[in-house]
Design a protein around this ligand. Structure first.
Ligand SMILES: [Fe+2]
Length: 276
């Protein structure tokens, strides 16, 4: 059977790539150190496959066809189309079709209704963390697109349910000794294309980190349902962190780094969950 060997989370601000050359040396070093520590922990998990949770930033889907959840079941995934991602080193990204299909089948058997795609492009949301972690080799990736961009979105309660579902789907996948990690990308607070574009809600971010650290499911649901929407439209990406958190049984959250980075418009957070 497959085994869940760790969960990880990282911000994916596109300006980390597009404006990298404009950042100060000190800022580049801070961000690089955080991604490297994330990568060190990911490499230590010896994952064969990463289930990666990210929104799609209008690359695969638009308002005419906008799934709440879409599981990538392709053998490969197209590399990021954004011009600022042209140095992304993994082309194409290898998938794990059987695991993707198993997650979809497990979900449908439990009355969840995800969509699937045999052919996804992975945008900066998926690829900036994969790139910046500097892994010695990239595991296969099962992408799961979560609509964090356009209302209506899945509830925080449902994110918890998805996390538990992913853990069960991994545990019931029959490939022997397959090591599976979860990587959530996005967040923390940011505001894009809104009148307060660039605003970072550090109070929200610190409270959010505290809520993950405390691990209490009901408290985290209440906190995010009450506060997330007011912390900027990009903050909805914290949903992906919730799914990873729930897959790990709501405990073991360990912050690697958090800092507001106004140059990239995002409260940048990096974390992993300790195995119990
Ligand atoms: Fe994003």
């Amino acid at each position: 059977m497959a085994e869940l060997v760790g969960a990880f989370a990282a911000s994916h601000a596109p300006l980390i790539a597009r404006d990298w050359h404009l950042l100060s040396d000190a800022r580049r070093e801070q961000i690089t150190a955080a991604f490297r520590e994330l990568g060190r922990r990911m490499a230590a998990s010896r994952a064969d496959v990463i289930i990666e949770l990210s929104p799609d930033h209008w690359v695969n889907f638009f308002l005419d066809n906008l799934p709440s959840i879409c599981i990538g079941v392709g053998d490969t995934h197209d590399d990021p189309p954004e011009p600022f991602m042209k140095a992304f080193p993994y082309r194409p990204v290898l998938g794990h079709a059987a695991l993707g299909q198993h997650i979809a089948a497990t979900a449908l058997a439990r009355d969840f209704e995800p969509s699937i795609s045999h052919h996804l492009k992975l945008d900066h949301g998926f690829c900036i963390p994969l790139w910046r972690m500097e892994l010695p080799s990239l595991p296969r990736v099962v992408p799961i697109i979560v609509n964090d961009l356009e209302p209506p979105m899945i509830s925080i309660r449902r994110c918890f349910a998805w996390g538990k579902l992913l853990a069960d789907a991994i545990a019931s996948f029959p490939e022997k000794n397959l090591r599976v990690a979860i990587l959530a990308t996005g967040g923390l607070s940011h505001s894009i294309g809104e009148p307060d574009m660039g605003a970072i809600d550090e109070t929200f971010d610190h409270d959010c980190i505290r809520a993950f650290t405390n691990g209490n499911e009901a408290a985290l649901v209440d906190f995010l349902e009450a506060r997330m929407a007011a912390a900027g439209n990009g903050t909805h990406e914290v949903r992906n962190w919730v799914i990873a958190h729930a897959a790990m049984g709501n405990h073991g959250f360990d912050l690697i780094d958090y800092r507001a980075v106004p140059e990239v418009y995002v409260g940048c957070g990096f974390a992993s969950w300790r195995m119990s």
